[in-house]
Write a protein that binds this ligand. Sequence first.
Ligand code: UD1
Ligand code: UDP
Length: 362
Amino acid sequence: MRDGPLAICYGTRPQVIKASMLIEASAQRWALVTVDTGQHYDYALNEVFYEQLGVRKPDHFLEVGSAAHAVQTAHVLTRAAAVFEEAKPRAVVVIGDTNSTLGCALAAVQMHIPMVHVEAGLRSNDRAMAEEINRRVVDSVADLLCAPSESASAQLELEHQWGTVENTGDIAHDVLKRNLSRAIAPADVEGWPLKAGEAFAIATLHRAELTGSAESLAAMMGALRALPLPVVLPAHPRVRDALAKLGIASGGMLHIMSPLGYFEMIGAIRDAAIVITDSGGVQREAYWMGTRCITIRTETEWHETVALGANTLVSPRRAGEELVPAVKRRLASGAAWDNGAYGAGDAAVRITDAIAAMELGV
Ligand code: UD1
Ligand code: UDP
């Protein structure tokens, strides 16, 4: 067993959110060193979550910022390695599939520090997706792989990964369970464009498939405007910038606004008639809260949500034609499904149990 603190690494919006519970559970067992890579740095994508979820200030802020994949990953790798050199952590925990995840994971394994991957075993089988490469690389060298579901854990067993596989459930569920009572109703959100009680769709978009294709994005926005209800789009900076280039702004029943805080966002998902998204986190939050969802992807890592009837896929390239009929069909269908596919919302404790067992070699 190694001495030293447990390092917890994160850097993007959903990772700060998930780290909130992981840090709390881990702090009860070990001294910690927390590392925010700074991949996301705007107040609305970073600090607001520290404030709302009570996340302690990071011990190290790596300030990597935005850059091409190779440059961003390289900055995370070298800066995380310098932190680990000094802190000598007993193990390094990484979350998800971002460039921050990959850089911190590689730094750890190159230094022979045990590495724990939270959200292991998800697959889209899409080689063109940076996240698919990141998660496969991290899974292949992790010492402990914490899978969010039965199917993710079965996938890892099938791939004969080196590390120990544990189905811990999804830590995003812990965060939602803990904070749902603090959700802010849409009408109480500053800048909310609709009247209290008015039905709406909530939309989030940030993936390259849409933001990188002017044609698909313009068709998608046309489809959002053609929906039979108002649409509120809290825009990630990536889609905000892509829309600005196309000259697309709010108008008619389409309302583009700044990104929301976590309490505002879960309130909006809870109260929406339907969610339209390409976000992994938003898909699951809709699934847990019983809100119908349309995912603008050709596949989803969270395929249980589709199989159980909570989620429908619409290809980003075909959204122009297919979104409106898909939304109409979904609005006419029921909104009750089994929402237990990703554990019971006790993943943080199960992950720390698994880390403790790894350290004892059991
Ligand atoms: C990243 C992750 C993605 C995750 C998402 C969560 C990778 C490859 N992608 O995507 O898996 O789902 O975070 O939100 O790691 N920007 C700002 N302010 C910020 C951050 C970014 O304006 O605080 C802009 C920059 O122009 C930047 C662009 O958004 O180039 C994209 O940011 P980046 O972190 O590279 O990718 P995301 O799309 O956020
Ligand atoms: N989220 C938020 N405000 C927003 C959009 C999303 O708080 O304006 C939250 C959302 O509730 C979920 C997480 O951010 O918890 C999802 O992050 P994102 O969509 O950026 O990334 P992904 O989950 O696709 O990796």
